[in-house]
Design a binder for this molecule. Structure first.
Ligand code: PRP
Ligand code: URA
Length: 235
């Protein structure tokens, strides 16, 4: 996105908010990968069919999860290639837990499963009340011993940050250490980044891009609209 030119177009929609300083463990990935900018901007097109939208969500998520796990510890094991024996590497430790926030996070989960087929999946059901914009929990089910594992919360959109804050707080209240929690999203608003950095500074954030702001209905501007509706074709 050309921020300057886009701001000229949609300035009147944006609720003013102070500039947010990006913390060390907040990673804005489109700054490093042109492919991410390319794909995220494709998603914004309102005329995209739901099937194509879902495919691009998965492509972006695959790129993000590889970045989010770049420093995972490896362990050695022996394998025999057609040519000779060798000492190979695989990811060490307990299997990771994916925690998609329903509904939209479900659109990201298959991509992570392709990269890490052994990962476990928990589900966090939250919706944003249309009047108060507060998150309402309607489902929570995590795999056994989630508190001993690295957790990746998945949700394409971080707007006010209320839903992500609620999901992280819930995991912490169930015994998970914030240092083992990672939050992966595709588009964030400055307000959501600010809230998570202040309330959960130890949680690592992996963000595709930070957009210009929120409108008066707390939708991200320019954003991509309602991610859940676009993934599931409900509007
Ligand atoms: C969307 C999105 C996030 C939340 C972000 O879900 O997927 O979970 O809104 O907004 P916030 O940062 O202001 O909390 P929504 O509540 O629309 O539910 P859905 O995925 O079922 O459509
Ligand atoms: N949830 C969405 O799906 N989109 C937004 O822009 C904000 C919240």
């Amino acid at each position: 996105m050309n921020r300057k030119k886009t701001l000229e177009i949609c300035r009147d929609l944006i609720v003013p908010y102070p500039e947010v300083k990006i913390a060390d463990n907040t990673h804005v990935l489109s700054k490093e990968y042109s492919a991410l900018t390319h794909k995220i901007d494709q998603l914004r097109d309102a005329s995209l069919p739901s099937s194509v939208f879902r495919t691009i969500i998965e492509e972006i998520t695959e790129l993000e999860i590889i970045e989010a796990t770049r420093n995972f510890k490896l362990e050695e094991y022996e394998v025999e290639t057609p040519i000779c024996k060798m000492v190979a590497h695989r990811i060490a430790g307990k299997k990771m837990v994916l925690a998609p926030i329903m509904r939209a996070g479900l659109g990201m989960e298959p991509a992570v499963k392709r990269v890490f087929p052994q990962s476990r999946t928990g589900h966090i059901g939250l919706y944003r009340d249309e009047v108060t914009f507060e998150p309402v929990e309607y489902f929570y089910k995590m795999p056994k011993n989630a508190e001993e594992r690295e957790i990746f919360i998945l949700d394409p959109m971080l707007a006010t940050g209320g839903s992500a804050d609620s999901a992280i707080s819930k995991l912490k209240s169930m015994g998970c250490d914030g240092r083992n929690i990672n939050f992966i999203c595709i588009i964030a608003a400055p307000q959501g980044v600010d809230l998570l950095q202040k309330k959960h500074p130890e949680v690592s954030l992996y963000i595709g891009t930070v957009d210009l702001g929120l409108n008066k209905n707390n939708y991200i501007v320019p954003g991509l609209g309602d991610a859940g509706d676009r993934i599931f074709g409900t509007k």
